[in-house]
Design a protein around this ligand. Sequence first.
Ligand SMILES: Cc1cc2nc3c(=O)[nH]c(=O)nc-3n(C[C@H](O)[C@H](O)[C@H](O)COP(=O)(O)OP(=O)(O)OC[C@H]3O[C@@H](n4cnc5c(N)ncnc54)[C@H](O)[C@@H]3O)c2cc1C
Length: 254
Amino acid sequence: MASPDRPVRPPRPQHELTVVSAERVGPHLVRVVLTGDSLADFGAAEHTDAYVKLRFTDADGDPITRTYTVRTVDREARLLTIDFVTHGDVGYAGPWAQQAKGGDRIVLMGPGSGYAPDPDAGWHLLAGDLSAVPAIAASLEAMPADASGVALLEVEDRGDVIPLRAPEHVDVQWLVNPATDDVDFLARAVDGVEWRDGVQVFAHGERESIKEVRRVLKQRGVPREAISISGYWARGRTEDAFQAEKRTPVGQID
Ligand SMILES: Cc1cc2nc3c(=O)[nH]c(=O)nc-3n(C[C@H](O)[C@H](O)[C@H](O)COP(=O)(O)OP(=O)(O)OC[C@H]3O[C@@H](n4cnc5c(N)ncnc54)[C@H](O)[C@@H]3O)c2cc1C
């Protein structure tokens, strides 16, 4: 039964899709292009951080859900692209993407979304790790040509740097950090940018790293309404554990 303070959300549309291609674009990145007729009506056109829930099943046949950003969607051509970070043989989505080939089938639900670059923002600060590069790339592509700002992209390996299209006055910085236990690496980079008034922030990625970024944004006095921030995953946690922890203190970003 619905709780009185939790509105009931209509179920997200379901899409039964087929893999067109799966291509390794970096040592930790696989790009999968999917197709299906239902993509003609795919939503979230107004946002650049659209995400979908991919459905897998575990060894007992129980459903498993994993969340991924829509890197691009072409409703007319009915094509949807997802960039998967690969992180070894553990999990469901990463290993699925590593083995995906044309003709494979997958079911996903969505989209959900919430952010778009504000054309009236004084400047933009985008920060994240490889899991947030798809959303940041889509956001950069949607900005007007005269937008300005900084995009800070933390990667473990220089090979994961991929070409991005960005407005001329958005400084895209790829920051290589092989030390995965250095959780305030991204926050230090955020603190080091040239701060001015009027920023709009998009910061997403590994949870502990994003907590450190939030701390810097608080110190800088950035208004909450100018910030889109969340963990996309947490080191050492499956997505199920990560999502469950959102209801406990360790899972809170703010
Ligand atoms: C809104 C949203 C959008 C997202 N968009 C993307 C996206 O576009 N591309 C993308 O790759 N991810 C994205 N993610 C993150 C993705 O959902 C998680 O990385 C997810 O845990 C991967 O599922 P899995 O089955 O591969 O691994 P899981 O079974 O969830 O985890 C298995 C193990 O792998 C580790 N692990 C998980 N992800 C990573 C990683 N990125 N790097 C290193 N170790 C990891 C876990 O900590 C765990 O120890 C997004 C998450 C959210 C909430």
